[in-house]
Design a protein around this ligand. Structure first.
Ligand SMILES: [Zn+2]
Length: 175
């Protein structure tokens, strides 16, 4: 494979699949999601996640179907004690792609205008990763949390609660 690390190259080029010239039939791709990927999206709530997205593309000149299978490993600080937690971000998506006058990207149906020649999966991968997150990013049991950090936050919260009561800390105390 030629080096793709050319200066001025689109940093998200590796998350695009060019489809012109493909033969009718199934094509498999593997997209490596690297440490840098999420830094390209300032709005991302995920910073440190790496892994792969396996792509199966059913291609024909009339339409396509994309099957995406995501498997990332995400490191995030516990919401209670800040100790690093690791979650698997797993998700499967199916996207139907058709051709039309103008490009219109929906959730599971994309219409591509005549000038399109590649499938840009960056935004989709970003969204899939966010949808795959667990609801709460904390140690399952508070007893698994780092006790020193917990007591540090507690003391801190008690001092604060005398002046102004932050409901978030109250919620934590009741856990
Ligand atoms: Zn914790």
């Amino acid at each position: 494979m030629p080096s793709l690390n050319l200066e001025g190259m689109d940093p998200l080029a590796l998350y695009k699949i060019p489809f012109t010239g493909l033969k009718t039939g199934n094509h498999e791709f593997q997209i490596d999601v690297d440490q840098e990927f999420f830094t390209h999206f300032p709005e991302s709530e995920i910073e440190d996640a790496v892994g792969v997205v396996n792509v199966l593309l059913e291609y024909s000149e009339l339409n396509m179907v994309l099957h995406l299978n995501m498997n990332l490993s995400w490191k995030v600080p516990c919401g209670r004690c800040l100790e690093e937690l690791k979650y698997d971000l797993q998700r499967v998506e199916r996207i139907a792609v058709q051709f039309g006058e103008e490009t219109e990207i929906g959730d599971d149906l994309w219409t591509l205008g005549k000038n399109e020649f590649e499938l840009d999966l960056a935004q989709t991968i970003l969204e899939m990763a966010h949808l795959a997150r667990p609801t709460n990013q904390v140690h399952e049991n508070e007893s698994d949390c780092d006790p020193e950090m917990l007591s540090f936050f507690r003391t801190d919260s008690e001092e604060k609660s005398e002046k102004n009561i932050d409901p978030r800390w109250d919620a934590l105390k009741n856990l």
